[in-house]
Design a protein around this ligand. Structure first.
Ligand SMILES: [Zn+2]
Ligand SMILES: [Zn+2]
Ligand SMILES: [Zn+2]
Length: 157
């Protein structure tokens, strides 16, 4: 039952994205679709271009890295995905959240682990910034750097 629900959710999202592309005269080609599948099947993994390429290649052995690169750029332009920089030397990608404020990330500067968190206390800060700086805030991009629980514990010992 759960698997069926997951499948439904997946095809619903793919349909939405397909329509978004169609509105701009872009097609969800099989290779683009495969790239999208990889992103949908690996949520919260924040894959790099190379990692996405490796996974698409299992379905399309002939696909080139340049195609994946261009596809990701296209998806980024359409706000289908978010391009992330965790400071580890490459860009990483995740699907944009629909109708919802994108979650934020906690990045461990020792082991590189990335945790996601949703609760957003920045609305209040935005209001303050607007009041004090005569500036209309529409969004924020933020990442938190620190030590994960495991690294903290190994540091203590
Ligand atoms: Zn994330
Ligand atoms: Zn860590
Ligand atoms: Zn936020």
């Amino acid at each position: 039952m759960e698997i069926i629900e997951k499948q439904d959710e997946k095809s619903r999202r793919i349909k939405l994205i397909e329509e978004k592309l169609k509105g701009k005269d872009c097609k969800l080609t099989p290779q683009r679709r495969a790239t999208l599948d990889v992103l949908l099947e690996n949520q919260s993994k924040h894959l790099s271009t190379e990692e996405i390429y490796g996974l698409v290649k299992t379905k399309f052995p002939d696909v080139g890295l340049a195609t994946i690169y261009r596809t990701l750029q296209l998806f980024d332009n359409f706000d289908i995905i978010k391009k992330l920089n965790f400071g580890d030397g490459c860009y990483r990608y995740e699907l944009s959240e629909e109708q919802k404020h994108q979650h934020h990330h906690l990045i461990c500067i020792k082991c590189g682990k990335v945790q996601e968190f949703d609760d957003d206390l920045l609305g209040e800060l935005e209001q303050k910034i607007e009041r004090n700086n005569d500036f209309k805030v529409v969004d924020h991009v933020v990442k938190f750097l620190g030590y994960c629980n495991e690294c903290l514990q190994s540091y203590d010992n």
